[in-house]
Design a protein around this ligand. Sequence first.
Ligand code: NAP
Length: 467
Amino acid sequence: MSQAGTQSNPLRVAIIGAGPAGFYAVERLFKQKDLTVEVDMYDRLPTPYGLVRNGVAPDHQKIKSVTKVFDRLAAQPQFRFFGYVELGKDITVADLRRHYHQIVYTTGAQTDRSLNIPGIDLKGSHAATEFVAWYNGHPDYRHYQFDLSQEHAVVIGVGNVAVDVCRILCRTPEELARTDIAGYALEALSQSRVKVVYMLGRRGPAQAAYTAPEVKELGELADADVIVLPEEAELDELSQASLADGADRGTMRQVELIQEFSRRPPAGKSRQLILRFLVSPVELIGDENGQVICLRLVKNELYATEAGSLRARPTEQYEEIPAGLVFRSIGYQGVPLPDVPFNDNWGVILNEGGRVIHPETRQPVVGEYAAGWIKRGPTGVIGTNKPDAAETVELMLKDLASGRILSPECPDATAAEQMVRKRQPHYFSYEDWLKLDEIEVARGTEQGRPRVKLTTVEEMLAAVGKK
Ligand code: NAP
């Protein structure tokens, strides 16, 4: 048979995970003019787009318009979607190796980093990732309960996810009703009694992980005052020196915004969003029912490491803040895939530049690759996955050129489809998804919303006539 990548012997690629990294890998593969490539994209959910559907905040609709690019790629005849097919449950890596020349894992980071402090498992303490998945209507999280009858909520961390959570907790029902937030979440948040939301940064305003446009938005909420303590907005000497050394414009802008917030008199809005800096939670304190009631914080100071970065260390100063709801938002974490080498310390697939590496030989595993958060960790914005996926695809093309690809027993598209049909008769094709999309958008139009999501797999299957 001719070398893979020709019309008579197309390069068959399986992509596992239908989020941005997966689609950007497809885009790069389809750009290769001299290559005939067929892509089958798998996802454990019936719906594509990964975190663009289940992670991006519902009040950030513009960001979601990137799905148009993904839809255009999916419309190519060499592309197929096998939604609701889970690696490790419905199919295995061995199955993929029997059907494809190359496999790319783009499963993202599906859980949260843990915070090991006393009381972290008290009732009312949650991972922000769970709350995010819940308000976005992720089928696995729709049954989660968040006690929004509490008046005080605390979000630990000052990354963009923490900002999203704070914003969603502070938005009015009217603001939320214009978004595609899950229907049950809209209802629950409309009844919310949360009055004060704290966002806690362990370092100072010049080291916060959020980006300037996101923090600016916190100052523009319809019915929440943003509050910063003037003494915490002031930069310490080390931060001042690091900014003077040449900080990027984004960091300068973030600091300016925080300082501007610290000078703003509260406008008497219904909710208060209090941004705190240089504090770390050391303990969650509960009542007799095991419900969190407050958080013990230690004041931090910054010190410079030998490498020059500024880290936080605790002082002897403590305080307590009331907290009935706590969200840990200190970063996502990758989850191992069955039979795929994993680096537990970093929470990513063991890889070099996207080539999966065998843990013992330290040599590339032929035919297996990774892209996106499961390759590099949970950093960057959606667009960051584009160059990341391109790097992986470049290695795939190099390996193809040198003949280092798999030799699948059944390299034809029909055989792969037959396997999927057998394992998951209710799998979702892209056409099924487009039908569901239309239904959700139509339901949204009736209510003046961008879409009303279906949030159980059963509903999704029924909506497209699968069950
Ligand atoms: P992140 O940006 O890595 O932020 C994590 C935050 O947690 C940092 O403030 C970090 O502080 C803090 N943290 C870590 N360990 C801690 C501990 N033990 N105690 C207290 N604080 C701790 O993570 P993320 O917010 O989950 O976001 C993930 C990625 O998605 C980011 O690249 C983000 O920009 C992106 N994202 C973008 C958008 C958007 O563009 N609108 C929205 C959501 C997410 P230190 O800096 O001190 O470690």
